[in-house]
Ligand binder design. Sequence first.
Ligand SMILES: N[C@@H](CCC(=O)N[C@@H](CS)C(=O)NCC(=O)O)C(=O)O
Length: 209
Amino acid sequence: MTHVPYDLYGARTGNSIRVAIAFEEAGLPYTVRLVDLRQGEHQSAEFMALNPSGKVPVIVDRSRGPEHAPLVLTQSNAILYHLADLAPEILLGSREWRARAHERFFFFLTDVILPSHAAFWLRTEATANVARKILNDRAMHAIGLAERFASESAFLGGDRFGLADIAAVTIVNTYERELPWNTLPALRRWYEAAMARPSVVRGMRAFDV
Ligand SMILES: N[C@@H](CCC(=O)N[C@@H](CS)C(=O)NCC(=O)O)C(=O)O
């Protein structure tokens, strides 16, 4: 029986899907452990023993063999960097472009995903419509700035499809129906190519039941 060294606990959310796409892109074998958030499985004693904050994604890395304790990682971006350590040329591109790859990865994390998540947290607050709109508009404005990245290169960060593209494709997918695509021709070309990529197709579906 083949031993799969990585377990990925997650759900159909951006943070989990980014990790699944990175596993796929790097060609690292992993087993999906679906955590049903609606059923509260992230609050179960079993899952809380892995991540006391009760959030996905989590990976359990047994790649160092049975004589070592498994490595449990609980932050999506720490997990992405762990995978990038295992496959740096794939997930961060060549050394020459690596600073750019980091810059663009953090652009999507802090300028797009962060306000988007903050807006998501306000979704149930009846009085928060204005704040929610400001945050979503900021996220979409920042996505619009990525038109320049896409017009300069086939990829958004560095010289290959890496962490920046993975961060970008999941969050652009979230706003796909609201973006002014007629003003974003280069980004649209990049997005269509990214969504057709086998790693993205498989990663996007990793938590479908
Ligand atoms: N900073 C964490 C955030 C993880 C997070 O917020 N996960 C959400 C799904 S995207 C979750 O598990 N939510 C369940 C809850 O908060 O009860 C990361 O990047 O991994």
